[in-house]
Design a protein around this ligand. Structure first.
Ligand SMILES: [Zn+2]
Length: 119
């Protein structure tokens, strides 16, 4: 790490490895609400495809838009936990869970993570 920190023109995505311009519209880590806690090493960031598109409509609950908002990294996170929840439920509840839309499944996964039922 370089001190003092010198902003770089490009950073490497920690998820997929592509280089992105180090600006808020391309490096999603620069869009985080707490700008003081940059969550990556010097020289690394996260592209929109992996980290989610901050320009996506927050009121559009279609699966396509939710996936756009989440980005690849979070889609992988949620999809893995959706599968875990489906396997953990009894057959009757699993069938009901499978019928839910993507937004509802994600909401239940978030609740389960917040409650400490899954990590
Ligand atoms: Zn990426």
């Amino acid at each position: 790490m370089r001190y003092p920190y010198e902003p770089q023109d490009y950073v490497r995505c920690t998820c997929c490895g592509i280089d992105v311009r180090n600006v808020p519209g391309e490096n999603v880590y620069l869009n985080l609400p707490d700008g003081n806690s940059y969550p990556s090493d010097d020289g690394y960031g996260m592209c929109i495809a992996c980290g989610g598109d901050p320009s996506a409509d927050v009121n559009d609950t279609s699966e396509a838009n939710i996936r756009k908002r989440l980005g690849y990294g979070m889609i992988v996170f949620y999809n893995a936990r959706i599968e875990i929840m489906e396997r953990a439920l009894n057959p009757e509840n699993a069938a009901l869970f499978k019928k839910l839309d993507y937004a509802s499944k994600i909401s239940l996964v978030i609740k389960a993570v917040e409650d400490g039922l899954i990590v």
